[in-house]
Design a protein around this ligand. Structure first.
Ligand SMILES: [Zn+2]
Length: 300
């Protein structure tokens, strides 16, 4: 069964005009249940991460500042959400959602978090709506417990995975692959093990070609025993922040290719949802919902 991490705490209260579409965290499970793609019993509420689990990824000074609410104004501005204890608590639940998804993926082939993909979080700082790096935390969890030995991160959010790249810069147990809009934020990119920076307005054809040429080859080379897939839908043409031009169908084909490739190689895949900032809320919900629909179709 497709296990899905979700908790009401995922939806963080924001000031009215904030540009982050927080409501998607409520609408996506609602849509999936309504249309019958998933049922209530597939959802689970992740507990918060322990401090020890946080410290396998983030450094003690950063964690201390989060815990005691003593980040500077500048550090808070870089994260982009109003700071509160609840935001930190939420982050702990979401990151553990990705840990639990990784464990479920080892049982069922795939599992998916209705949030996460917070790849702009570094060992020592957060930025771009990211406090904790869920995929890095889950990777370190698997490595620490000897559950996985070699991990491949497939980051297809439109923004480059700078935080994940920094965290695993000197750790060859995790191979980081990011395909993104070259001119998108972050402007100073931290090199991943493999970066593909695409030109503005890249459409379905060239995008899917690059993915099809790269992913199977990478799996052969890296020989991972676990995959994390960051399925950001900010690659679609109507996205306010993304500079690429995928159609909704192209985005769905992307998900399908990644998941079919993982399945064909017998690789457990944990999916974190990542970004989506379309002008049209319906596009965001539809594109993210497609990832769940595809996971159901490919694996079950
Ligand atoms: Zn993004």
């Amino acid at each position: 069964m497709l296990k899905i991490a979700f908790s009401p705490i995922y939806k963080y209260e924001l000031p009215e005009k904030h540009r982050f579409p927080m409501i998607k965290y409520e609408l996506i499970p609602e849509q999936l249940l309504y249309e019958g793609t998933v049922s209530e019993d597939q959802f689970f509420h992740p507990d918060p991460l322990t401090e020890e689990e946080i410290l396998w990824t983030h450094d003690a000074a950063y964690w201390e500042k989060l815990k005691t609410q003593t980040l500077s104004k500048k550090e808070i501005r870089a994260i982009g959400f109003p700071m509160s204890e609840n935001l930190i608590h939420r982050g702990r639940h979401i990151a553990n959602g990705t840990v639990q998804c990784a464990l479920y993926a080892r049982k069922y082939g795939v599992a998916m978090n209705v949030a996460g993909g917070t790849h702009h979080s570094f060992t020592h700082k957060g930025e771009g709506f990211c406090v904790f790096n869920d995929i890095a935390i889950a990777s370190n969890y698997l490595l620490h417990h000897g559950i996985a030995k070699k991990i491949l991160v497939v980051d297809l959010d439109v923004h480059q995975g700078n935080g994940t790249a920094q965290i695993f810069q000197h750790d060859d147990r995790v191979f980081t692959f990011s395909m993104h809009g070259e001119k998108n934020y972050p402007h100073r990119k931290v090199p991943s093990n493999l970066d593909i920076g695409l030109p503005d307005k890249t459409e379905d054809g060239p995008y899917l070609k690059a993915l099809r040429e790269t992913l199977p080859r990478l799996i052969d080379e890296v020989q991972p025993d676990q995959v994390f897939y960051l399925s950001g839908v900010d690659v679609i043409y109507s996205d306010k922040l993304g500079r690429l031009s995928l159609s909704l169908q192209g985005c769905r084909e992307r998900d399908e290719f990644v998941l079919k490739t993982c399945k064909a190689n017998n690789l457990p895949v944990a999916i974190s949802m990542g970004g989506g900032y379309s002008e049209r809320l319906a596009h965001i919900v539809e594109a993210h919902a497609n990832t769940f629909r595809v996971a159901e179709e490919v694996f079950f």
